[in-house]
Design a protein around this ligand. Structure first.
Ligand code: UDP
Ligand code: MG
Length: 317
């Protein structure tokens, strides 16, 4: 039996690109159906992330024009990860496989053929891994590289150069639903779900139009979230640092007592100030890191909804 595919596309203020990329997605869906790789009942599901421009209106008119376009809308902007999850959970019971892709045309739709072939061969997760980074600015490239290195050093298992372009089977989606955490970082959670997985590489191009919604602040936020959601290594580093500094201080104490007994103590303002500044800095950073974790616990205990859908272009019945 041919699998039913849902292409899940989170969209935030994408009025400039959506008219173009929606055509690209539809053409791909058609082509895949013609090649008999997917069922005729496959759909493209847009998730509007509380856009402030005409993105939702565009989605509605697309849905009116062609029944293969579907749309749901979040009640406000909740971020890329939240919208993606909303789309995946919406699609979970309606299809056999989902492929999540950005709305801006950066991810090459032709990689979908290979993804679906891998699924047919028995894989439940297929990661889209970008083979190049020339389309990125030097800044984006180096910050992204640092991000992956830091994440892996901190013990969060993420696939190198893989963003959120991936195929998931409905079996994986059903298990993913059981991961109840409010702080979301799909790239870290999906490898934890397990199942047979593989990756296909593709060339990532530049945005067709508009500009990125990931500012440096959002990227750093994502990195901190990723690390603190998946690893307690930073806390262990603090402990180790504490032990090291205590040992050094112990030596320092013995040294100062010896100096005192030898009667050679002089006023050591500079050395004192340096030590106080150094220890003070480390203490503040450590408290900050602990605070990150406590904040996470605080947010998790509230169990607030992870996404809120208030509009759909279709009736659920
Ligand atoms: N996006 C979203 N909510 C946000 C920010 C982004 O749904 O708050 C969507 C956006 O419309 C796009 C995808 O997430 O489809 C990736 O965002 P973007 O292209 O701006 O990031 P970049 O590719 O530059 O990392
Ligand atoms: Mg993009």
């Amino acid at each position: 039996m041919k699998p039913v595919l849902y292409i899940v596309v989170p969209c935030y203020n994408e009025e400039e690109v959506l008219p173009v990329t929606s055509e690209i997605f539809l053409k791909k869906l058609d082509e895949l159906a013609k090649k008999e790789k997917i069922s005729e009942n496959s759909r493209i599901l847009f998730v509007n992330d509380g856009s402030t421009d005409s993105t939702w209106e565009i989605i509605c008119s697309l849905a009116e024009k062609d029944s293969r376009f579907l749309g749901i809308s979040q009640s406000r902007n909740r971020g890329h990860q939240s919208s993606l999850l909303a789309g995946l959970m919406e699609a979970k019971d309606k299809c056999n496989i989902t492929i999540s892709i950005d709305a801006d045309g950066q991810d090459d739709v032709d990689a979908m053929d290979e993804m679906i072939d891998a699924y047919t061969d028995g894989c439940d997760i297929v990661y889209g891994v970008r083979s190049n980074r020339e389309s990125d600015s030097f800044f984006k490239r180096s910050t992204a590289q640092t991000f992956y290195k830091l994440m892996n050093a901190m013990g969060a298992e993420i696939v190198y150069n893989h963003a959120d372009y991936r195929l998931l089977s409905s079996a994986v989606l059903k298990k993913l639903e059981e991961f109840r955490e409010v702080n979301l970082f799909l790239r870290g959670i999906i490898p934890m779900v397990g199942f047979k997985s593989t990756s296909v590489s593709y060339k990532r191009s530049e945005r067709i139009a508009g500009k990125t919604h990931y500012s440096l602040r959002k990227m750093v936020g994502l990195a901190v979230d990723g690390i603190t959601s998946f690893s307690i290594k930073p806390i262990q580093i603090i402990t180790n640092l504490g032990v090291l500094i205590s040992l050094l201080s112990f030596v320092g104490v013995i040294w100062s007592v010896v100096q005192y007994l030898r009667n050679v103590t002089v006023s050591g303002w500079a050395s004192m100030t340096c030590i106080i500044c150094f220890i003070g800095g480390i203490q503040l950073i450590s408290i900050g890191i602990l605070g990150e974790y406590i904040g996470k616990i605080y947010l998790e205990t509230k169990q607030r909804p992870r996404y809120i859908i208030n509009k759909k272009t279709y009736d659920d019945k």
